[in-house]
Design a protein around this ligand. Structure first.
Ligand SMILES: CC(C)(COP(=O)(O)OP(=O)(O)OC[C@H]1O[C@@H](n2cnc3c(N)ncnc32)[C@H](O)[C@@H]1OP(=O)(O)O)[C@@H](O)C(=O)NCCC(=O)NCCS
Length: 178
């Protein structure tokens, strides 16, 4: 197994058109349909990183800032920000484009967590991530705190074990007492 891979190696981009069957009565893309597209693109990204079957373990920080409209072209871009043991965090961004109008806006962002599994569905180790650009490094550093928050929310980590979050509060305490 490759020991380290860059975020670029898991980069996936996909463009779809919003069709009538994807929309609500206001002709806006249904949230569930968008989540499905995001899940597929993010899963392909996690597969590219791990070269394994992956399962969705959690979806967090999904923001719906604007609604893609009927006939818009939506572009989804995903890459792995950080890999832990068997799990990988994928950052996905979505843009909606009205091509005749020449307008393009970012509509959504989310973090998905996938777990690489073997043929029996058991978690299996994945390569680490080696971030290269400044934004990749920032996403990589912050991924540890996001992991602790999501594992605590899922009841899988005790607050006392969230050491990277403790360090933030320790720093705040130190700044306040100066
Ligand atoms: C995700 C799953 C494989 C975890 O299996 P498990 O037996 O609990 O395994 P572990 O406790 O060893 O955890 C494995 C990894 O999953 C991560 N994980 C488990 N639940 C998680 C959650 N809710 N959020 C984020 N990560 C989670 C763990 O942190 C661990 O990561 P690490 O190996 O990088 O440290 C298992 O719960 C599962 O198969 N769930 C169903 C997935 C599914 O059906 N998805 C939708 C269709 S693809």
């Amino acid at each position: 197994m490759t020991l380290e891979k860059t975020p670029k190696e898991s980069f996936v981009i996909s463009t779809e058109m919003v069709l009538p069957n994807d929309t609500n009565p206001l002709h806006n893309l249904m949230g569930g349909r968008l989540l499905h597209l995001m899940d597929v693109v993010a899963a392909i990204s996690a597969q590219k990183h791990s070269n394994r079957i992956v399962v969705t373990a959690s979806v967090d920080n999904v923001s719906f800032k604007h609604s893609p409209k009927l006939g818009d072209a939506i572009t989804l871009e995903a890459h792995v920000t950080r890999a832990f043991n068997s799990s990988m965090e994928v950052f996905i961004r979505v843009w909606s484009e009205n091509i005749p109008d020449g307008s393009k806006i970012e509509t959504n962002q989310a973090f998905f967590t996938f777990v690489a599994v073997d043929q029996s569905g058991r978690p299996i180790m994945v390569p680490k991530i080696k971030p290269e650009t400044n934004i990749e490094k920032k996403l990589y550093e912050e991924a540890l705190q996001r992991r602790e928050v999501r594992l605590m929310m899922a009841g899988r980590m005790k607050p006392k074990d969230a050491t990277s979050l403790h360090s933030i509060f320790e720093t705040i305490k130190e700044v306040k007492s100066e």
